[in-house]
Design a protein around this ligand. Sequence first.
Ligand SMILES: CC(C)(COP(=O)(O)OP(=O)(O)OC[C@H]1O[C@@H](n2cnc3c(N)ncnc32)[C@H](O)[C@@H]1OP(=O)(O)O)[C@@H](O)C(=O)NCCC(=O)NCCS
Length: 224
Amino acid sequence: MTALLAGLVPPGTVAVESFGDTADAFLYPEEEACIARAVDKRRREFTSARVCARAALAQLGIPPAPILPGPRGAPAWPAGVVGSMTHCDGYRAAAVALGRDVCTIGIDAEPAGPLPDGVLEAIALDPERASVSGLSAAVPGVPWDRLLFSAKEAVYKAWFPLTGAWLDFHQARIDIDPAAHTFTATLLVPGPVAGGTRLSGFAGRWLHRDGLVATAIVQRQPID
Ligand SMILES: CC(C)(COP(=O)(O)OP(=O)(O)OC[C@H]1O[C@@H](n2cnc3c(N)ncnc32)[C@H](O)[C@@H]1OP(=O)(O)O)[C@@H](O)C(=O)NCCC(=O)NCCS
């Protein structure tokens, strides 16, 4: 398979992905305890994402360590590291960077089918629904509704480590550039402060390939 998220992150950020599971993958006892009562599917995605994460951390020179779910499920990365994980049927990935370079990361992958009935209406702002409709007519073949959803998930994963707070689907507006394979997320609530600068949103990249859509936000540390 060709790189998906691994091709979406900038230099200095390491993304490692997997299109399957390794049977004898290692988990730390603390991680095992987190999924002691989980069904097999959850166990496999949790484990394989951490295999990806440790491989990515190794490329940054960070020794292997447990990556435990923290508040509201956000992964607790080793000190000095920012990162994000995602998993869906047939795909697992993790992306990490040094916190001195990058203030937050959000990645997401989804199966490239249309959203179930009613979900677009629940998650999209009016202009986003109009945009999905226009893109679907102009560029058929891409599940634009699913891509919008994925971008919002990536926004939440980038937002949460900076704020520790919930972000509703209607509190960020996504604008997708179909030609450049990029998107912007405009925060409709006061943004987090990173490196002394208040963020008004995030910029991301997206890809649709091999039955998957993937989105990635890598927010660099503001430069003084
Ligand atoms: C948490 C959430 C984003 C996960 O996304 P998902 O598509 O369901 O699942 P994915 O497989 O892509 O990602 C799961 C991983 O996200 C990470 N994650 C979970 N909660 C997180 C949080 N609060 N912050 C950052 N990352 C989080 C974890 O690493 C998790 O994997 P793990 O449990 O094995 O460690 C989603 O379930 C959710 O709660 N969304 C509602 C909030 C939202 O999206 N708002 C939109 C704002 S515009």
